[in-house]
Write a protein that binds this ligand. Structure first.
Ligand code: SF4
Ligand code: SF4
Length: 206
């Protein structure tokens, strides 16, 4: 390595008043106070979304919680083939199969246990793509809050579709053909000033 490859960043020497630190502490408190008052009266520096009062508008490409669809008689369309469990990259689907007494030539099994650990799920949608029966789909429901790990495991009872499919706001799949729309935040984000030009002494360093 040549010496010219090394950029030496010597800190600037402290000025007289900076050596007492008190002035710098007061200046720092002044910045804090400026931001506090600016946010209190003018929302000048706030960039956070105050959920749940304010909802952020998400992209059409959002994928949320899963739903297991049912047949006309209310039984799960899932035939416990394990395709989704095999395809899941997060290993968060757990299925246990049992014989279906109403089996036909089209299926033999049904899920006795169908769990999805939503804390491990990365909402990639591969389980939807893998399903040969279109039994599992994803919705746009993404507001999930849990007080423990057990609550985060969605069981077959909570996953099974409780209403007609046309009431479900579907999560994004490319073949659904939903038009994309731009994402806009409800609260304007403050534009930061452009970075300052480099110090002349550093810019001159080869
Ligand atoms: S969305 Fe992805 S990570 Fe989540 S259960 Fe399906 S395959 Fe697994
Ligand atoms: S891929 Fe579909 S049918 Fe197979 S186990 Fe998963 S949800 Fe059930």
């Amino acid at each position: 390595m040549r010496n010219t490859d090394v950029v030496v960043c010597d800190p600037k020497p402290l000025r007289f008043w900076q050596r007492f630190y008190l002035v710098e502490v007061l200046k720092g408190l002044g910045v804090t106070l400026r931001h506090f008052l600016g946010n209190l009266f003018g929302r000048k520096y706030t960039v956070t979304v105050e959920w749940p009062e304010v909802k952020r508008e998400y992209s059409d490409r959002l994928r949320g919680r899963h739903v297991l669809l049912t047949r006309e008689d209310g039984s799960p369309r899932c035939v416990a083939c394990y395709m989704c469990e095999t395809a899941c990259p997060a290993d968060c689907i757990h299925i246990e199969a049992e014989e279906d007494p109403t089996s036909t030539v089209e299926w033999e099994k049904r899920p006795k246990v169908f769990n999805i650990d939503l804390l491990r799920c990365v909402f990639c949608g591969l389980c939807v793509d893998a399903c040969p029966k279109e039994a599992i789909i994803m919705t746009r429901h993404h507001e999930m809050a849990f007080t423990g790990r057990e609550e985060a495991v969605a069981t077959i009872d909570t996953l099974l579709q409780k209403g007609p499919i046309d009431r479900i706001d579907l999560g994004y799949r490319p073949y659904y053909g939903r038009e994309s729309r731009p994402i806009t935040l409800p609260i304007p984000v403050r534009v930061e000033p452009a970075p300052k030009a480099p110090r002349p002494d550093l810019a001159a360093t080869p």
